[in-house]
Design a protein. Structure first.
Length: 757
């Protein structure tokens, strides 16, 4: 596609958006009455997510209108019958109920900002009913709150998002180090991670116990393991959509924490009471210094992160400016003397405008995201790859025939910088800037209280690649019209214009070459199909079962050779994944019980030629190293007296590895005489990933309690053990040195956090 054609398409998108916006403004007076609600906490001014907003006719108990607040605490009710007296009710678990009489005239628009004060006492109503609900069902989605994160024992006072994610069925990690997540058969480069709509490539630390997102700063997180809607594009496997909370709008707060793994500082408070706030948190690992004394073993891992944000909450607008910096370095396999490092730098803003002059809310995001990773021995970076992105996205909404239609577009300028040495012989060093345009539209149709249908389509346009067409569909059916049971499905096509190349032959390396798809090469794509059933029993128990299939096309994989070689050559493969998840949750104070089981199958197959060679025949298919067939995870929580205890136990079947076929002596004939030169010893490998490691299991335990020191000062102490029964779970075996490397041993910890509010 020529540059002129690309610019024409951009101009057309801008023109259509302007026409839609102008149409909405000009027809505002012709609309029915409209009520917009912003619900925030009276304690700290933070938005209340998933608050119920209900409207009843005065003197009646029949519900007339309702909506549920989003991550900004915002929702709207349209087409209200004018001239009637209504009672507005807003409810949120743990907060006092709000009631107010409302009467709107024809064409009138009103925005109400409500502060709900917290109610004192224990609430059994904090149950599974408190989960946020998509209008098109929970199929493919895991909805995570800060309370969920805090239930997973970690060697720090606050829980961490990545510890929760790695406990989910269908999510596989290489072990307790590396910072990579494989979600339902996809590789890390096939995942998209967003923080308030800002892309970040790899926010997970080199220790898989931590990420840049602690329990203390996460408001909500949604993990789409597949079947996500048209608003997400650029990833073929999964999306992790993280929303950070704003700083306290009413009071200054600060805390400091120390543990054997890391130290942290946190500050937040109002810049303008109830209008502007800041939040700043920073953490740094100390495990490399502490581990030889604490457990008698070196853990050569270093990481740090800083997250800051500035928030504006007005009557007609909500804006966040967010900055994130992460740094990681260390040896994935101790003693291998190969050091890996990566970093992220993100700065961007997201605004939601809902002025009464707008017919519909308008959401805009813009910013910068930079990522680089490298590996090398002896302190030298032998290989380097970076991706810098400058982007802008605009999301809008219209009503067409009474059906809400969301649409939007984005522009992303991607700068790829790759510097490689002899290892990646089939890749080349590049430095290029590629503009990418993304478009989407989706409709949300609810013909009655039993059905919800969301069709959509996404598209990506680039100078180097053909325009993609990515249809999506999500459907939910509630047989009895309530949330007690639900059958939902999701399907769609997904395309990405970038690809990641890593040495999948070696679990000890996580270096990834991020690069654009070469002109003329087929684009990586996938087809998803998911079917889910969810059943609630009463207010305290929910269960769901979900079956899925993913068909990946044009994946760059390592080409296999029977001889151990440093050089890496790649080939294109198709991947096929299918499986199912079972999840159960029960919560009634003081108990919490969660259990999840996942079964999956992943296989790669050559698209042309072969994926390498064995001793006697070429290789056409194999199951990659992240093909974990069985995974069982249980979490138990119990509150007693002023203590809270949590237990996590995980069991996983062994992942594939490559077995040694034999040893021999390599002689270069005819340059060397076999009668005089014995040759060089070498290892010959069997078929790739033809055997499996032993089962993995681990028990983590924690107990915590908070103490009041004086007015405004509290101390929270947590003690626990990671790998409580000291299971020797293998991580890697180096055939060259015959060295076995296990995952972390028994790790006791005591963490202390001092807070002032």
């Amino acid at each position: 596609m020529s540059l002129s054609a690309l610019l024409k398409k951009v101009s057309l998108c801008l023109l259509l958006s302007a026409m839609f916006g102008l149409f909405g403004l000009q027809n505002a007076a012709a609309q029915e009455a409209l009520l917009r609600v912003v619900a925030v906490s009276g304690e700290d001014g933070s938005p209340l997510v998933a608050a119920n907003v209900l409207m009843y006719r005065q003197g009646e108990e029949e519900l007339r209108y309702n909506c549920v607040t989003n991550n900004d605490g915002f929702c709207e009710i349209r087409n209200i019958e004018p001239g009637m007296e209504y009672e507005l009710r807003i409810t949120y678990v743990g907060f006092a109920r709000f009631r107010q009489n409302v009467s709107l005239e024809a064409g009138e628009r009103e925005t109400i900002r409500v502060e709900l004060p917290p109610e004192m006492g224990e609430f059994d109503e904090i149950t599974v009913r408190g989960e946020r609900v998509l209008t098109t069902g929970e199929v493919g989605v895991r909805r995570i709150g800060s309370v969920d994160i805090g239930r997973i024992p970690t060697p720090g006072v606050d829980g961490d998002l990545v510890s929760y994610l790695s406990s989910e069925p269908g999510v596989v990690s290489t072990g307790d180090r590396g910072g990579d997540l494989f979600i339902r058969g996809g590789t890390p480069d096939q995942n998209q991670i967003l923080v308030d709509n800002l892309p970040i490539v790899k926010p997970f630390h080199i220790s898989n116990l931590f990420s840049a997102f602690s329990e203390d700063i996460v408001q909500t997180a949604d993990m789409y393991a597949g079947g996500y809607g048209a608003e997400y594009s650029g990833a073929t496997s999964a999306v992790i959509d993280i929303k950070l909370r704003p700083g306290n709008m009413k009071n200054f707060a600060a805390s400091g924490a120390v543990s054997p793994y890391m130290v942290s500082l946190h500050m937040e408070g109002p810049i303008k009471t109830d209008g502007q706030s800041f939040l700043l948190t920073g953490r740094r690992s100390v495990i490399e210094d502490v581990s030889p004394t604490l457990i008698g073993e070196e853990i050569p891992l270093q990481f740090s992160d800083i997250v800051g944000r500035y928030t504006i909450q007005g009557d007609n607008i909500s804006c966040n400016i967010t900055g994130i910096r992460t740094n990681d370095s260390g040896e994935i396999v101790p003693g291998q003397e190969l050091r890996h490092s990566w970093s992220n730098n993100v700065l961007g803003a997201r605004c939601l405008a809902f002025d009464t002059g707008f017919n519909h809310p308008l959401e805009m995001t813009a910013g910068y995201s930079g990522y680089q990773n490298s590996e090398g021995a002896g302190g030298d970076n032998e290989r380097f790859s970076s991706l810098n992105q400058f982007y802008m996205n605009l999301n809008l909404q219209e009503l067409i025939l009474g059906i809400p239609v969301n649409y939007g577009f984005g522009v992303n300028f991607r700068n790829f910088n790759i510097d490689l040495q002899e290892k990646f012989i089939s890749q080349r060093s590049i430095n290029r800037i590629i503009p990418v345009i993304s478009l989407f539209t989706l409709a949300s149709w609810e013909p009655n209280n039993r059905w919800a249908v969301q069709p959509g389509v996404a598209s990506q346009i680039s100078l180097d690649s053909p325009t993609s067409l990515e249809p999506r569909l999500r459907i939910a059916w509630k047989p009895d019209g309530t949330d007690q049971q639900e059958l939902s499905l999701a399907a769609g096509r997904y395309v990405q214009l970038t690809t990641g190349v890593s040495d999948q032959r070696d679990v000890g390396t996580v270096f990834t070459v991020l690069q654009p798809v070469e002109t003329g090469d087929p684009l990586p794509s996938s087809l998803h199909g998911i079917l889910a059933y969810q059943q609630r029993l009463g207010n305290f128990f929910v269960a769901n079962v979900e079956g899925y299939v993913k068909d990946y096309k044009n994946i760059q994989v390592s080409k296999w050779t029977p001889e151990n070689r440093i050089e890496l050559e790649t080939a294109l493969a198709d991947g096929f994944t299918y499986g199912f998840d079972l999840r159960f949750r029960y919560f009634k104070n003081p108990f919490f019980i969660s259990a999840g089981y996942g079964w999956s199958f992943v296989e790669y197959e050559a698209t042309s030629g072969n994926l390498g060679a064995w001793i006697e025949e070429p290789v056409f298919e194999f199951s990659p190293a992240h093909d974990q067939r069985h995974k069982l995870n249980t979490v138990l929580g119990y509150k007693f007296a002023d203590f809270e205890g949590n237990i996590r136990w995980e069991l996983g079947s062994g992942k594939p590895y490559t077995r040694i076929f034999g040893f021999d002596m390599s002689v270069r004939v005819p340059m060397e005489d076999v009668t005089e030169t014995p040759g060089i010893p070498r290892i010959l490998f069997s078929r790739p990933f033809g055997e499996r490691m032993p089962y993995y299991h681990r028990l983590d335990v924690s107990v915590n309690r908070s103490f009041s020191l004086s007015q405004g000062w509290t101390v929270k102490a947590e003690t626990g053990v990671i790998n409580a029964y000291n299971r020797n779970n293998i991580f890697n075996f180096d055939f060259n040195t015959l060295q076995r490397v296990d995952q972390g041993p028994l790790f006791p910890y005591l963490s202390v956090k001092i807070s002032r509010l």
